[in-house]
Design a protein around this ligand. Structure first.
Ligand SMILES: Nc1ncnc2c1ncn2[C@@H]1O[C@H](COP(=O)(O)OP(=O)(O)OP(=O)(O)O)[C@@H](O)[C@H]1O
Ligand SMILES: Nc1ncnc2c1ncn2[C@@H]1O[C@H](COP(=O)(O)OP(=O)(O)OP(=O)(O)O)[C@@H](O)[C@H]1O
Ligand SMILES: [Mg+2]
Ligand SMILES: [Mg+2]
Lengths: 243, 243
């Protein structure tokens, strides 16, 4: 089982959007996928709320919600609670769940993390062997990225075999913005093989799909966004990773 | 002294951009302003890093960095540290600092909060009488907003006289996106007087200004963004607030 956390301390860079579309894309490609929503905001849970299918689920999968063929979701622990500062996270229980999912033949475990290296963010890194870091091609992203990559090094030292960088993914690229092109060129120059080849263009179809509680593969399968995320699935499955 | 926290648990909605531009706009309008960067990411600190002026600062103001006429900044506590999970925040010290700033004639205290109601987020609410909540007109924002408004009610109960809603501000409004118009209409229908009249349109000048470490008032004073934030300053100073 490959396990990938979507993490970046910078907010609003497309962690949830990427987690949901990578999960659905892998499921469409025939892999058995479990998506854990570890963000108390619960946006991944909300983004998939209109997709539902009747799947027989026993064992550990009974704890998850079937979303579509080959895709199960562990809803956010905090989606109901407004204030998450008092909630504790039981990492041992989550690690046990991850092991049970592997025994039931789950091929990919994806974890959506909050925009913070708090207890939920760190739980995400402890659960996964790899980390995918989405970044928006704009100035603040560059500033936060070096912090994030530093945090990953801390995680790798603390939890051996965890938190290896799968790659940095450019998302929300609006090709009308002149600064974006320079930032992407900078990122490729500075990070080299750590950058994924795939880039995700800005596409309002993603915002619309989310408002209907569906992925763009369901809502508008021939959109720019569907093509970009299809590329990402191919790159992540067939290599090109910087491991 | 009026004190306003910029808070929203949803990431990437323009908290930092609004904090920096409201602070500079108020300073241009002749108010004496102190901006506290309580986000360990330190984006407000980075956004103003190329603006500097030689101001005599004594007393509590000596702890802050003069940015431009009438504007001082308390740099982020975490801007240097990559991992903020171990850092503690001393709210008593921050409350003492706020009192000293008031004694030195500061008219407005603005606080940029991280996208999380963690110890830094809560410190921001304890320091300020009012809260301005930026939202992006898209689906996830609506979902997070009811949580945020619920959190404010908790804060008001716990810290009397703090955390009153100054208003909800629509930011990053891209008028080419059809969903955005519907979301703004929904927000006005549901929230009524809680919504500020001013809206901030999406403008790449803001992204460019940030990459130069300046505000858009300095970088491109006749841009859409400068006009929008100028409107916001007028609305916040002359009323129109939902208090
Ligand atoms: N490629 C894209 N094109 C257009 N909109 C996008 C794209 N990717 C994400 N979005 C939108 O941008 C907003 C932020 O994305 P998302 O919520 O996935 O980011 P996040 O990193 O998970 O945020 P948070 O830090 O709050 O967890 C959402 O409204 C989403 O619909
Ligand atoms: N009106 C706007 N037009 C265009 N870009 C904008 C606008 N407002 C903010 N941005 C850009 O959007 C990104 C997110 O904004 P910002 O960092 O201010 O949000 P935030 O809520 O403070 O994020 P975080 O949750 O990480 O603290 C930044 O790159 C910023 O430059
Ligand atoms: Mg998210
Ligand atoms: Mg910010």
């Amino acid at each position: 089982m490959r396990s990938v956390a979507l993490a970046n301390q910078k907010g609003g860079v497309g962690k949830t959007t990427t987690a949901v579309h990578l999960a659905h894309g892998l499921a469409i490609a025939g892999r058995r996928v479990a998506l854990l929503d570890l963000d108390p905001q619960g946006n991944a849970t909300v983004a998939l709320q209109e997709m539902a299918v009747d799947l027989e689920s026993d064992g550990a999968l009974a704890l998850l919600r079937p979303v579509t063929d080959n895709l199960w979701l562990l809803p956010s622990p905090g989606a109901e609670r407004a204030v998450d500062r008092f909630a504790g996270v039981d990492v041992t229980k989550l690690l046990q769940l991850a092991r049970s999912l592997e025994e039931q033949g789950i091929d990919w475990l994806l974890v959506d993390c909050p925009p913070r290296m708090d207890q939920w963010g760190w739980a995400g890194l402890q659960l996964c062997g790899e980390v995918l870091v989405p970044v928006q091609p704009e100035f603040f992203a560059m500033h936060g990225l070096s912090q994030m990559l530093g945090t990953l090094e801390t995680a790798q030292a603390q939890f051996p075999g965890k938190g290896l960088l799968l790659g940095v993914l450019v998302t929300l690229w609006d090709q009308r913005e002149p600064v974006a092109k320079d930032v992407v060129a900078d990122l490729r120059r500075n990070l080299g093989p750590k950058m994924l080849e795939t880039v995700i263009l800005r596409d309002s179809a993603l915002v619309e799909a989310a408002s209907y509680g569906k992925t763009v593969f369901e809502y508008r399968p021939y959109s720019k966004a569907a093509l970009c995320y299809g590329e990402l699935v191919r790159e992540v499955v067939h290599g090109g990773s910087s491991l």
